[in-house]
Design a protein around this ligand. Structure first.
Ligand code: VLZ
Length: 130
């Protein structure tokens, strides 16, 4: 089985990202910085274990999990306290915000990431670099 998600991916497009950050209560100044940034995803897929880093010059996020295994997540400002389960690369989060989750999929040299919070759906597209 090829590890289809493994690699380094650079953000190309980012639809509704500011609305998404607003739904998460990010303040105005942080949103303006965040939407202007380049973002790189570094994904390591090893069987059912994943490590996903979201990197930028401003802030970095890192997440490690095993698909199918529920866990509690805490990242300050972003997820705060959440209970998560990833099914392959689809995550359902139960926390302070309704309807939160992520979905990742690939197509040739593109990585797609759909981020949802309340009624906002943000779609990010990344291009494979390595
Ligand atoms: O990634 O949910 O793909 O770890 C960015 C907020 C939110 C501030 C990005 C700007 C959400 C900093 C990334 C830019 C890096 C995200 C998932 C895995 C979960």
């Amino acid at each position: 089985m090829p590890a289809e998600f493994s690699g380094k991916w650079i953000k190309e497009t980012n639809e509704k990202f500011e609305n998404y950050l607003k739904a998460l209560n990010f303040d105005f100044a942080t949103r303006k910085i965040a939407i202007a940034l380049s973002q790189t995803k570094v994904v390591v897929e090893d069987g059912d274990k994943f490590n996903i880093k979201t990197l930028s010059t401003f802030r970095n996020y890192e997440l490690s999990f095993t698909t199918g295994v529920e866990f509690d997540q805490y990242t300050k400002g972003l997820d705060n306290k959440n209970h998560c389960i990833w099914d392959k690369l689809v995550c359902t989060q139960k926390g302070e915000k309704a309807n939160r989750g992520w979905k990742h999929w690939t197509d040739n040299d593109r990585l797609y990431l759909e981020l949802t919070c309340e009624d906002v759906v943000c779609l990010q597209v990344f291009k494979r670099k390595e």
